[in-house]
Design a protein around this ligand. Sequence first.
Ligand code: PMP
Length: 284
Amino acid sequence: MRTVYVNGAYVPENEAKVSVFDRGFLFGDGIYEVASVLGGKLIDFPAHMARLHRSAGELGMRFTVSDDDLLAIHRELVSRNNVDEGVVYLQMTRGAIDREFTFDTEKLTPTLVLFTQSRALIDTEVAKNGMKIVSIPDLRWGRCDIKTVQLLYSSLGKMEAKARGADDAWLVRDGVVTEGTSNNAFIVTSEGAIITRPLSHSILPGITRAALMAYCAANGTTIEEREFTIEEARGAAEAFITSASVFVGPVISIDGVEISGGKPGPVTLGLRKTYLEESLKRAI
Ligand code: PMP
């Protein structure tokens, strides 16, 4: 049984409790982060905490825990649960108060919950064989840049992808691909250009996306930020996704159209290698 963290206490998972009045539960008024663990160490940790602060700021949520404490809690959970490879999930909500649409943030104490999941992240089926993508309309709200727990559309999108025999879905708004249900989307053109859409309120500023772009910039590989349509993606030489738990994940088909001969492409695999090497060097 796992040990989880709830509001200052480390408790067995079956004893962890959050109020029924928690605004995360009643209104989806919560934010989260997922940091991966490799060899017992946290990947891209400072960037995940920086984004957590940004999400809280955008929603006017109080931030009552220090970054040092957040790191200590992450490490304590990794250690208590013997996580060698896996993720640490963190959720912070505005707090618990009797149900009202309006609220006084200052009267609320944020709820903080963290738990771990041990699982293989490097040697996975997706890394080896790639993933099949289908496209669906992006019907999410207008602030997808904030990492809130309002994940219903993404969850249903993944379910639809599975029902259609695929692994995940890419979201399309105004004719262009915004992002995956839980990842950022990239294509590689037949000329070898690596492309991802620019940041805006329409997508989450992925930590893995930013880290990969920084590693590429440092080694002279250009990643171009421009919008692309799902038709361009279906005709791309390669396609891939980035996320904290998949890192760089090859895409081998989009809407049933084979990409890169139906197997992970060389550019994608090179970027995966670069990401893993560089982020392992910086793991804490
Ligand atoms: N977009 C969405 C919608 C996501 O949910 C995620 C993962 N949380 C990402 C992109 C990738 O972000 P990161 O690299 O920080 O995991």
